[in-house]
Design a protein around this ligand. Structure first.
Ligand SMILES: [Zn+2]
Length: 352
């Protein structure tokens, strides 16, 4: 909180990552929810770094349910993936594309299903972050059909990019090294369908930028050393409006629901955020639905030296952004003031 204080231009909140569970940490979860940090990100991947075992996940979920918090799950079977990665390295497979080829869709589907089962036993809601493939989507659909409070998001990279991007010449594939990895192209339409039919409730970005020069390059000779993550926050609205509304896949109302109303409700920000109403915050984006733009690192504002979406043409551009009623972006120019954003205490999970 101290790090963010006085720096942000718009309002912000936090998720808390839990990497190991002791009695004291379980107690802290309740205190955090009361302070307005009501969601916790847990990992089923990255053994030895972030990964929690099932008992710990179950304890955290039970505690979240007790205090009105919600678990956000990174759902990939990290144990199996690590074995596959070690085998690939032993066979001399070191190029960026092996990052994707060593993380099978079944690893994501299995973890998604296990996360949902653990949440069901704990009587807790669960939110699957950055869902990337049809197999995992099916698990969420099954759970929702049974009426469980299971939610999931996907991100623009899984809707626009695919394994083919990892075949880029030289080391370029490193630009698309993030987890879960890119999938075969056919998954994209399944995810769009999931967004249209509420199997997926939210589009986020998992924004986690590393520069290509000097940062991604750390993994030049070994894909496991490539920093995992990609830049995407700036392009989210245009990509989803363009592919979703202009693409004829869903309505403008559904678009607003996916990028604003649903996340505000799920994460305890509603009705302060996520709606235009008397007493709400007037965080408003004025959108030009007809303006076109070709996404490029040459023109983007993110402080990173490449774009994952380089060359993709979008139709529908945010023109004016208001934060609590004040204009902070006008015609692509930032006019706001760093430090004018404030930490938002979020309410407990209350369903949608
Ligand atoms: Zn994650």
């Amino acid at each position: 909180m101290k790090k963010a204080d006085g720096k942000a231009a718009i309002d912000y909140a936090f998720h808390c990552i839990i990497t190991d569970i002791t009695g004291a940490q379980l107690e802290e979860m309740g205190a955090l929810v009361r302070e307005g940090v009501s969601t916790f990100k847990l990992f089923m991947a990255y053994p030895g770094v972030f990964m929690l075992d099932d008992a710990s996940i179950f304890r955290a979920m039970s505690q979240a349910a007790k205090h009105g918090g919600m678990i956000c799950m990174h759902a990939e079977n990290g144990g199996a993936i690590d074995v596959i990665v070690q085998r690939a390295l032993a066979e001399g497979k070191r190029a960026p594309k092996y990052h994707a080829l060593t993380r099978p869709v079944t690893a994501e589907a299995e973890a998604t299903s296990r996360a949902i089962a653990l949440a069901e036993m704990a009587g807790a809601p669960v939110y699957i972050v950055h869902l990337s493939c049809n197999e995992a989507l099916e698990k969420v659909r099954e759970a929702r059909d049974r009426g469980l409070p299971a939610y999931a998001e996907t991100c623009p990279q899984y809707l626009y990019l695919s394994l083919e991007n990892m075949d880029a010449p030289g080391f370029e594939g490193a630009k698309y090294v993030f987890t879960p990895p890119l999938r075969e192209k056919w998954h994209q339409e399944k995810l769009w369908h999931g967004l249209a039919h509420d199997t997926l409730q939210v589009v986020s970005t998992d924004h986690c930028p590393f520069c290509f020069k000097e940062q991604k390059e750390l993994g030049k000779d070994d894909f496991t050393k490539i920093p995992n993550g990609g830049p995407g926050i700036e392009n989210r609205l245009s990509l989803i409006y363009s592919g979703g509304v202009n693409g004829g896949r869903f309505s403008a109302n559904r678009f607003v629901q996916l990028v604003s109303a649903a996340p505000a409700k799920l994460f305890g920000l509603f009705p302060r955020k996520g709606t235009i109403a008397v007493g709400s915050d007037a965080d408003i984006v004025v959108f030009d639905p007809d303006e076109e733009q070709v996404i490029s690192a040459k023109t983007h504002h993110m402080r990173v030296d490449y774009s994952m979406f380089e060359g993709i043409k979008v139709k529908g551009i945010p023109k004016i952004v208001l934060s609590r009623g004040r204009v902070v972006v006008e015609n692509g120019k930032f006019t706001g003031k760093p430090g004018s954003g404030e930490f938002i205490r979020r309410a407990q999970y209350s369903g949608t």
